[in-house]
Write a protein that binds this ligand. Structure first.
Ligand code: HEM
Length: 410
């Protein structure tokens, strides 16, 4: 492989033209070596071994991402703990972590099942639908908004703000002036909207997460108003933009692989393993960054303090050194006893995704409903159109013709 091929793969891995399939470029990058010179003076980390080593090691910081990707943005994304280090990270993450334990999240199963059943009633009655709008968005958006305590009539407004912010997580140099403006506006709207909602909950507490956070604040746990907004921002944006793509990626993968779809229908219990396999196979979050706090050596390469890397999580998940037959969707890969490698779709280490149990639950419940209620679906356009988003990657629509079973009440 020559230097030109590698350079081209670096370009393709970020190019909107290849957003529908960055995996070919990732393969070239993995073959080029453990570290490949990347944009913004970074080194790209395409392989599982080094990605895992870096994510696990807290001497690599995530606090410099804003400086790296949004150097002159002029707009402060409120200080979310995703971009903090201990002790601030520990304090703020601790305040919300109770709401996301496996046990607490299991308590949401009934509500998730009810929502999914309702959505499928409508979808199957229509037959011809955009599954992004009719399934992938409503489930995670409704659940995270209900958890926080956002009134139903405001869910759509939250979705609009959050979409513009999610696009704004990409490096500024990839964003158009209109997208940068939209992000600034959305952050201001977000702060006004959630600042107002927090005030309402201070005055009139309810049984929701915003009330729990303002009460913790009142009980003397240190949290500034900006930190409260930052915490809400990461819960809203990370809490649904990602899961939307997981659901859409999962449906797309099943449509493209009828044998695996049949396997799921024959054994709906596979849904638990299938959720993790879909996370591995087509990760919703493609990359993250880390900056060395001190001199560090990984796989023989030395990094000076301040050196930054872009960890290609979705590429690590397709690394043949970590996963046999990595480009194959194998819904049973994570079944008990199979000892599959660890995918990095939820990150690893200090910043490991807080919402992982919720995301897994949402996907499992969706897959069980698909297994039970859908007899066939056909894609109207393959590949479907993708959003330009690099970090949180996914389709912009997913038009399908879908059929249920005859005995389905709809
Ligand atoms: C399929 C769905 C999801 C995916 C793929 C995903 C992915 C990730 C990843 C990769 C990280 C780590 C980023 C890094 O270390 O740089 C992360 C962190 C985080 N995620 Fe998720 N996420 C998902 C769903 C959720 C949900 C449903 C919530 C909450 C409602 C959530 C809340 C968070 C939070 C708060 C963090 C920051 C944790 C910390 O800094 O300690 N995520 N997520």
């Amino acid at each position: 492989m020559n230097a030109e091929d590698i350079q081209q793969a670096v370009i393709d891995s970020v190019s909107p033209e290849w957003r529908h399939d960055p995996y070919r470029a990732y393969e070239v990058l993995r073959a080029a070596g453990p570290f490949v010179p990347g944009p913004l003076g970074t080194r790209l980390v395409p392989s599982h071994r080094e990605a895992e080593a870096i994510m696990q090691d807290s001497r690599w910081s995530h606090a410099e991402e804003s400086e790296l990707l949004h150097p002159d943005s002029g707009v402060e994304l409120p200080g979310s703990f995703l971009w903090m280090e201990p002790p601030d990270h520990t304090r703020l993450r601790g305040l919300v972590s109770k709401a996301f334990t496996a046990r607490t999240v299991e308590g949401l199963r009934g509500r998730a099942e009810h929502l999914v059943e309702d959505l499928f009633d409508k979808i199957l009655a229509q037959g011809e639908v955009d599954l992004l709008e009719s399934l992938a968005y409503p489930l995670p958006l409704t659940l995270v908004c209900e958890l926080l305590g956002v009134p139903a009539e405001e869910h759509e407004a939250v979705r609009q703000m959050s979409g513009a912010i999610a696009r704004g997580l990409d490096p500024d140099l990839l964003l158009s002036p209109a997208e940068l403006d939209a992000r600034t506006r959305a952050v201001h709207e977000f702060n006004a909207f959630f600042g107002d909602l927090a005030d309402r909950r201070r005055a009139e507490p309810r049984d929701d997460l915003i009330t729990a956070l303002v009460q913790a604040e009142a009980a003397g746990v240190r949290m500034t108003p900006v930190e409260l907004l930052g915490t809400l921002l990461i819960l809203v944006v990370a809490g649904h933009e990602t899961t939307v793509n997981l659901i859409a990626n999962g449906v797309l993968a099943l449509i493209r692989d009828p044998a695996e779809f049949d396997r799921l229908r024959a054994d709906p219990g596979l849904a638990v393993s299938a959720a993790d396999e879909i996370l591995r196979y087509d990760a919703p979050v493609h990359l993250t960054t880390r900056t060395a706090r001190e001199e560090l050596t990984v796989s023989g390469q030395t990094f000076a303090p301040g050196d930054a890397v872009i960890v290609l999580l979705a590429s690590a998940n397709r690394d043949p050194a970590a996963f046999p037959d990595p480009d194959r969707l194998d819904l049973g890969r994570y079944a008990p006893g199979r000892r599959a490698g660890r995918h990095l779709s939820f990150g690893l280490g200090l910043h490991y995704c807080l919402g992982a149990p919720l995301a897994r639950l949402e996907m499992e419940v969706t897959l069980r409903a698909i297994a039970r209620r859908v007899s066939s679906f056909t894609l109207r356009q393959d590949p479907p159109p993708y959003r330009p988003n690099l970090v949180v990657r996914g389709v912009s629509e997913l038009h399908v013709h879908i059929r249920g079973h005859r005995e389905d009440p709809s």
